[in-house]
Design a binder for this molecule. Sequence first.
Ligand SMILES: Nc1ncnc2c1ncn2[C@@H]1O[C@H](COP(=O)(O)OP(=O)(O)O)[C@@H](O)[C@H]1O
Ligand SMILES: O=c1ccn([C@@H]2O[C@H](COP(=O)(O)O)[C@@H](O)[C@H]2O)c(=O)[nH]1
Length: 211
Amino acid sequence: MSDNSSPIVIGIAGGTGSGKTTVANVILNRVGKQRIAYLPHDAYYRDLHDLPYEQRAAINFDHPNSLESELMTAHILRLKQWEAVDIPVYDFSIHTRTEKTIRVEPRPVILVEGILIFAEPELRKLFDVKIFVDTDADIRFIRRLERDITERGRTTDMVVNQYMATVRPMHLEFVEPSKRYAHVIIPEGGLNEVAMDMIIARIEALLQKMD
Ligand SMILES: Nc1ncnc2c1ncn2[C@@H]1O[C@H](COP(=O)(O)OP(=O)(O)O)[C@@H](O)[C@H]1O
Ligand SMILES: O=c1ccn([C@@H]2O[C@H](COP(=O)(O)O)[C@@H](O)[C@H]2O)c(=O)[nH]1
């Protein structure tokens, strides 16, 4: 938990396509980007550039081991000490990290998003507020199909095969059970105004305690 002088850490988990980024964007817009250090867990997929593309594409990206969560944990701890961090930049179309990094400055709120952030005990214990975005699997799959084809360079077959081989089983094994750790479960994600108002009010109250 944060003391009065360290940033508040908020986690947003939920299945692929559930609306995590949308919830994060509502928080960023309503609380103000200038008050938030934003860390997507997606940025911490392991660097696989030593492997050929075919081997990279076959990796189970929905298992906790595919992410360098220890680096994210270290970054959150540094941001909590008001130190800046350089986070990796990941390229989903080729399944590996780029050589670029992005500087994230310390801010009063640290906002963390990802499918597996509550499944990792070391990460989970850092959050002051844990939000789980709950969306039916059929809706999530349709959203993912559209997104992976338009933004991540995939074909329908690739999306369907990956979903059946790893996305769905890992969701059932790791993501869905991690819902039990959430303080708040939001149906409808960022478009759920009542839930978003309550979350924003809580964040504002925590920020006031820091002033
Ligand atoms: N409540 C909602 N109703 C309809 N569409 C939504 C809703 N929340 C998110 N979306 C859309 O679904 C897609 C996936 O949402 P996103 O927030 O990127 O999910 P995630 O980050 O969990 O993968 C996006 O195109 C987004 O605009
Ligand atoms: O190289 C990669 C790395 C990850 N993925 C998939 O990304 C999703 C998580 O991102 P969301 O934005 O929450 O959907 C995860 O289900 C991985 O399967 C990938 O396809 N390739």
